[in-house]
Ligand binder design. Structure first.
Ligand code: C2E
Ligand code: CA
Ligand code: CA
Length: 278
């Protein structure tokens, strides 16, 4: 940054170069991470807001790399979507989540359902339905034990095969949920056209609740939409009992967040399940 003023852009060059370097490094490490078994899944409970009992588990990926340390999925998932590695990684997530669910069932204690995040890129492949079918079959799981969460991005891309994929998943009995609802584009017409079971309210709207009036109004409006359309509504990012009470007042029955528990390793999840079951 020698000549500030006229050539302000120069100030940003080293930062841009560093970012570029980081990106290349992350993407190179990402390519080998699956083979090197650097991923694992953690599980966060979705609980009944009224009595705290666990309804289901959401599987969330974690990546620990020897060179880069522990990276946030928000960051590396985006990279993996750019490179296309998300398709292989996403398949691993579905397989591992199903395997974990089967192991829990065999041990006699399992959440009622396992939710898995699916990238829009996975919806753009033809393999998603056969992959899910195979995972259910391999692990002897009924389809309605599996829930797939996807973002509005899937609906926006609106690939020609999207409808067929939704129908295929629906026929397997799999539960389909729109994640981060309201954060993206919220094209409400899709709610009529696609076989969706539920919505997860984007966390951002819950932050200011109950104090912030417009956040509260948006939560109320989304709850109204869900109710009118017969969709399940989950609130995530529930951090305080004031938020929980506000949601209960809106008729929202299921929540997820640090008030109840952060994501946990499988053993800790089962211990939590045991603790909260009568
Ligand atoms: P998401 O699907 O919306 O997951 C919820 C995120 O919120 C998780 O972050 C979770 O740890 C965090 N969270 C839960 N409760 C609270 C709370 O009370 N307060 C706050 N502030 N945060 C809370 P995480 O695990 O870092 O994941 C971030 C995002 O990365 C996920 O957002 C999802 O979009 C993506 N992701 C994670 N795992 C996978 C995966 O296996 N596949 C794909 N495609 N995406 C994934
Ligand atoms: Ca999610
Ligand atoms: Ca979410």
């Amino acid at each position: 940054a020698k000549r500030r003023g006229r050539n302000t852009w120069q100030t940003f060059t080293p930062e841009l170069a560093r970012q570029q370097h980081d990106r290349v490094q992350v993407e190179a490490q990402l390519r080998r991470a699956l083979e090197n078994e650097e991923f694992r899944l953690v599980f966060q409970p979705l609980v009944n807001l009224a009595d705290g009992r666990v309804r289901s588990a959401e599987a969330l990926i974690r990546w620990r790399n020897p060179a880069l340390g522990e990276l946030s999925p928000d960051l590396f998932i985006t990279h993996a979507e750019t490179t296309g590695d998300i398709v292989r990684i996403g398949a691993w997530v579905i397989q591992s989540a199903c395997r974990q669910m089967a192991a829990w069932r065999k041990a006699g204690l399992a959440p009622a359902r396992m939710a898995v995040n699916v990238s829009y890129r996975q919806f753009l492949t033809e393999d998603l339905v056969p992959l899910v079918a195979q995972c259910l079959k391999d692990n002897d799981l009924p389809g309605d034990l599996l829930e797939l969460e996807f973002t509005e991005r899937v609906l926006i891309e609106d690939a020609p095969d999207t409808h067929r994929t939704f129908e295929g998943l629906r026929q397997l009995g799999v539960v389909l949920t729109i994640d981060d609802f309201g954060e993206g584009y919220s094209a409400l017409n899709y709610l009529r056209r696609l076989p969706i079971h539920g919505l997860k309210l984007a966390q951002a709207f819950l932050h200011g609740v109950p104090g912030n009036e417009s956040d509260a109004a948006i939560c109320q409006a989304v709850a109204g939409i869900a109710q009118a359309l017969g969709l399940d509504l989950v609130a995530e990012g529930v951090e305080s009992s004031a938020q929980r009470d506000f949601l209960l007042g809106l008729g929202v029955r299921t929540g997820q967040g640090f008030l109840f528990s952060p994501p946990m390793d499988p053993d800790a999840f089962i211990a939590y399940l045991r603790r909260t079951s009568p």
